[in-house]
Design a protein around this ligand. Structure first.
Ligand code: GLN
Length: 418
């Protein structure tokens, strides 16, 4: 079979929010304000964070109960449909999935951390459940996705062009959702280099990865913080200095819109980056700049998609892959190498969209914002050494800052084979 390369152009937007528990109406109101800023641009896809409207830090099943809903009910469904129909776009939004129990019920049913995908007509295309649990999910008894990581076909109309014939095609993009911890090693215990989510997507030839997240900033107080009281004070101090309430910034929007129509080129290695020499525990400052320590870490988690010179030496050890597969689950590649190819992703393209939340919950959990759009370009095999964002095989198309609500909109161009 002869494959043709099609060139796809998509307009993608991310809405970064700071949802606080018990404040759904206010969060929905701000989300609508942000949507009206991008409405004239008619994006193809809009991605919202994990638990986009409900807030994240629930400490018991009873606490989350009033916020549970089925995929096609509740505030996330209502807002997603509204956005989809108004903009004619695909909307992705994280929400707590489950059937709320009544006080006299014994059977409490399963609950999930999920995200819906709604098409431009307001129909549900897919409901993905988070596969890897973070500590917080354990507090309210969240179940793992029984299906594990999944891909699905995302229908895209009139956006793929055959450069030879000039014909425009309707396509189905191979798409995967990953919710926050899905990007981390399973239970923080799996070997770092397994990169489970990225490897799954390399092995399945995923073209578009959409990630609703509530990823923590390094200044958070977690169960691993050596001096929690001191860290809590430092955080309160940082917020006070920036004249922000305990919950962080809301309503002071960062709007970052760049389109090809305005003559903007695609590649944009974020100029205004954080100073990486900062101690992360005191670095909740410059809230309009992305948190590069997290951006670099995320890129490391997508290592199989990055061009790396050292991959040659991993490939040299490929006879060990069947053993790795045997002991650590079935997969056909390892850190991007297969038995047959040094870099499985060579010459391919994939788009990654990370919609993270921002703000602070409980005065302890700080979210990292820094939502971004990335293109893995499949180039520079054997030329690159960096495992972070400076690696030339990843184009940073744009990032929001770490601490403000806002919206990021970019045009992306990439190739697929059909
Ligand atoms: N690994 C992520 C973090 O440390 C997990 C958070 C989440 O799943 N929401 O922030």
């Amino acid at each position: 079979m002869v494959l043709t390369k099609l060139s796809v152009r998509l307009r993608i937007a991310i809405v970064q929010l700071n949802p606080q528990i018990g404040r759904i109406d206010e969060t929905t109101f701000r989300a609508k304000q942000l949507i009206s800023r991008i409405e004239p641009y008619k994006p193809d896809i809009v991605v919202f964070p994990e638990f986009a409207l409900s807030g994240y830090n629930f400490h018991s099943r009873a606490a989350i109960n009033p916020y549970l809903s089925l995929p096609t009910e509740g505030p996330a469904w209502n807002l997603s449909r509204d956005v989809s129909k108004r903009l004619g776009c695909i909307t992705v939004m994280g929400y707590p999935e489950g059937r709320p129990f009544k006080t006299d019920e014994n059977d409490k049913g399963k609950v999930y951390n999920a995200a819906i995908v709604v098409d431009g007509n307001g129909n549900l295309i897919f409901n993905y459940r988070k596969s890897f649990m973070y500590y917080t999910e354990e507090e309210w008894g969240c179940s793992e996705n029984p299906a594990g990581f999944q891909t699905f076909d995302l229908p895209i109309h009139g956006k793929a062009r055959d450069p030879e014939t000039g014909h425009i095609h309707d396509i189905a993009l191979k798409t995967a959702l990953g919710i926050c911890m899905d990007l981390s090693p399973y239970k923080f215990e799996a070997p770092f280099y397994d990169c489970e989510f990225a490897t799954f997507n390399i092995d399945n030839g995923t073209e578009l990865m959409l990630c609703p997240m509530a990823w923590l900033h390094g200044s958070s107080v977690t169960r691993d913080t050596p001096d929690p009281d001191q860290q809590k004070e430092q955080l309160a101090e940082a917020l006070k200095k920036q004249h922000l309430p305990q919950t962080g910034s809301q309503g002071d929007y960062q709007v970052d819109i760049q389109t090809f129509d305005d003559g903007n080129s695609e590649i944009n290695k974020c100029e205004e980056n954080d100073d990486e020499t900062l101690d992360v525990r005191t670095s909740y400052i410059d809230l309009k700049k992305p948190d590069m320590s997290n951006v670099n870490y995320w890129m490391m988690r997508f290592m199989p998609f990055l061009a790396l010179r050292t991959r040659e030496s991993w490939f040299a050890q490929r006879l060990l892959f069947p053993l790795i597969a045997k002991f650590r689950g079935i997969r056909s590649s390892y850190v991007g190498s297969s038995m047959h190819k040094s870099w499985v992703f060579s010459g391919k393209n994939a788009i990654l969209v990370m919609a993270n939340r921002c703000g602070v919950e409980d005065g302890t959990t700080v979210y990292a914002g820094s939502s971004g759009i990335y293109k893995f370009n499949g180039k520079f095999e054997n030329e690159e050494e960096s495992m972070g964002a400076s690696n030339r095989s990843v184009d940073l198309l744009g990032n929001l800052g770490k601490g403000h609500e806002g919206v990021l909109l970019r045009d992306v161009n990439f190739e697929i084979e059909r």
